[in-house]
Unconditional design. Structure first.
Length: 118
């Protein structure tokens, strides 16, 4: 089992930037593909970005392409989400998740709030 703890959320004005971090513990981090998801107020949780264990491949939702960048440091057991050019519609609770290479995210963090004001 792996434990995930997100950090780096906060309040920012539109056009600003934030970097989210997710620290993993409990199992070998490099055994997991990692993803970021978000849940806007009153809406369902949605996919934001993902990165394979080897960092060879990354994936993004269309709504964040060109603005967000996912990366990971396996030596630090941490996955990051750099968010630039933030928009009010990016306001959400952001969650990181771990997939033990089985095509399903089995482990989730507690989430971190991101609020973007216009």
């Amino acid at each position: 089992q792996v434990q995930l703890v997100e950090s780096g959320g906060g309040s920012v004005q539109a056009g600003g930037s934030l970097r989210l971090s997710c620290l993993a513990s409990g199992r070998t981090f490099s055994n997991y593909d990692m993803g970021w998801f978000r849940q806007p107020p009153g809406k369902e949780r949605e996919f934001v970005a993902a990165i394979t264990w080897s960092t060879v491949a990354t994936y993004y939702a269309d709504s964040v392409k060109g603005r967000f960048t996912i990366s990971r440091d396996n030596a630090k057991s941490t996955v990051y989400l750099q968010m630039n050019s933030l928009k009010p519609e990016d306001t959400a609770v952001y969650y990181c998740a771990a997939d033990p290479k089985r095509g399903k995210y089995n482990y989730w963090g507690q989430g971190t709030q991101v609020t973007v004001s216009s």
